[in-house]
Design a binder for this molecule. Sequence first.
Ligand code: IMP
Ligand code: MG
Length: 181
Amino acid sequence: MNLPPGIERVLFTEEQVAARTREVAAEISEKFRGRELKLIGVLKGSVFFLTALARELDIPVKIDFLAISSFSGHAPGSAPGMVRIAKDLDEPIQDEDILLVEDIVDTGFTTRYLLQTLAGRGPRSLAICTLLDRNVRRIVQVPVDFRCFEIPDRFVVGCGLDYKQLHRNLGYIAVMNPDKS
Ligand code: IMP
Ligand code: MG
């Protein structure tokens, strides 16, 4: 396969991602059988995974999105792991079954912030589904209810994940090495 510049190697092929998404969707459909589920996506990284997952679910599904900004800790007054909502959900989530859909749970700061914020709005239930889990880098513990893949400590792109906003559209998940041409 011809890999774009900067892509070191494929970690999971498009077929593996599709197969695993189908398996996880089946688990989710079983867990929420007889209920409606609202998927909440975090822009922009989770969009590709969220739509793929949604199409494999065989329960009634609603979707909504929010966007966040996170700070590296370099800007004055910002602490590492600080997160805020840049675009909020369109609708309330009170008394609804909510599945927060993430591209990757890395340090856990983003997920913990979102869980706390969403929990405060009185959903009936709140669970997390992530495409990728890089548990080796976790700083704050968060409960990951559904995951497609556990990954090693390498920067990855594809299936919604970007490097400087590039490569979100790759169908596979790949290890990124910007020095490789
Ligand atoms: P956390 O708050 O450290 O868990 O960071 C999660 C966010 O960092 C993700 O939603 C991604 O936007 C970004 N991120 C973390 N690791 C990667 C990676 O390997 N590739 C692309 N984006 C990443
Ligand atoms: Mg990103």
